[in-house]
Ligand binder design. Structure first.
Ligand SMILES: [Zn+2]
Length: 335
């Protein structure tokens, strides 16, 4: 059966309608993974309108043209993908859209942490004489970061596929954020309370419970709606800010603010909270595109800055974790 060729001057609405009907027509040959329809006829579906001829380009839409589920930041005006089949979502990795940098910042972040897992386990820890638990703690921390990066990459690739896929992948993206925060807590609590095993276990337990509560909270039917944006942010800010309590306790247990070990590590904790606050402030305020709508659609938007600062913060925290590990190796616990 021949498919009518793409016509450049079709209206956007009719092109989207055509792609819908084509998707229905070919749905017998498709199956779903994580709400992504893997269609064996993606090319044909695509040809009916939402991608340019020969798949050399993806049709990009303006904010007022996209479906409601893709809306969220009206200050990013151009460059939206809409209702792409799976194959074109994957190919959009190579096209210049308003999601390209969102995808690649965290996809590259994933490979940075993958390389760190390999380097730490094969080179760094053996050279220090690290124990099995050092290997486990650093590896779990980095794997939390990798999970966070991969879920975020998946969300930005597949959010334009369908409303169901968008919701499913936003849930995974948010789960990734929780895992990223856990990845920050785990090595920090383990090494900070290394000599105080009772407190270490108590704080590990509390963080596990809080993280589990956050993940449970995500099951609420309104959690991923636009109207719950600030509730979502409050949950993750709360989970991050909780770390101030064990930090203050740790300062007290180590002899106060003037103690050498506190002087060494408090600037790192402060720096980490500053990076986190900076990242969250871009995320919430939608600065700089709020000031100049449409000028940061492809490069420099708040979400891209949020992504980059998160990667930098995770790298910084991992490096700080290694420094406290070395400190612990060189200083015996008091008897
Ligand atoms: Zn993102």
């Amino acid at each position: 059966m021949s498919i009518s060729p793409f016509r450049r001057y079709d209206s956007i609405k009719s092109r989207q309608a055509k792609s819908f009907s084509a998707a229905v027509q070919f749905q017998d040959d498709s199956y779903h993974i994580l709400d992504i329809e893997i269609d064996n006829n993606g090319f044909e579906t695509c040809q009916t309108g939402i991608c340019d001829f020969d798949q050399k380009q993806i049709a990009l839409f303006k904010y007022h043209e996209i479906p409601d589920f893709l809306k969220g930041n009206p200050y990013v005006v151009h460059g939206y993908r809409s209702l792409l089949p799976f194959s074109m979502c994957m190919k959009s990795l190579l096209f210049w859209t308003n999601e390209t940098l969102n995808i690649w910042t965290h996809f590259l972040g994933f490979f940075i942490f993958l390389l760190l897992v390999l380097y730490d386990n094969i080179v760094y820890l053996p050279s220090l004489g690290g124990s099995l638990s050092d290997h486990i703690i650093l590896t779990i921390g980095l794997m939390c970061f990798m999970f966070c990066m991969l879920c975020s990459t998946g969300f930005h690739i597949f959010c334009c596929h369908s409303e169901r896929a968008s919701r499913r992948w936003l849930a995974l993206d948010m789960t990734g954020v929780s895992m990223g925060i856990i990845g920050c807590y785990l090595p920090a609590v383990y090494y900070a309370f290394y000599c105080l095993t009772i407190w270490r276990d108590i704080y590990m337990f509390i963080i596990t419970v809080l993280s589990a509560c956050t993940l449970m909270f995500q099951l609420h039917p309104h959690f991923f709606t636009h109207s719950w944006f600030f509730t979502r942010v409050a949950v993750y800010v709360g989970l991050s800010a909780y770390g101030i309590i064990p930090t203050i306790h740790w300062i007290y247990l180590n002899g106060g603010i003037s103690s050498p070990v506190v002087q060494m590590f408090i600037p790192k904790v402060t720096m980490m909270y500053m990076l986190g606050s900076l990242a969250f402030s871009f995320y919430i305020t939608k600065f700089p595109e709020r000031i100049l709508p449409g000028k940061f659609d492809y490069i420099g938007s708040s979400h891209q800055l949020w992504h980059i600062i998160i990667v930098v913060a995770f790298c910084y925290w991992h490096k700080s974790g290694e420094e406290i590990l070395i400190y612990r190796m060189n200083h015996e616990c008091p008897a």
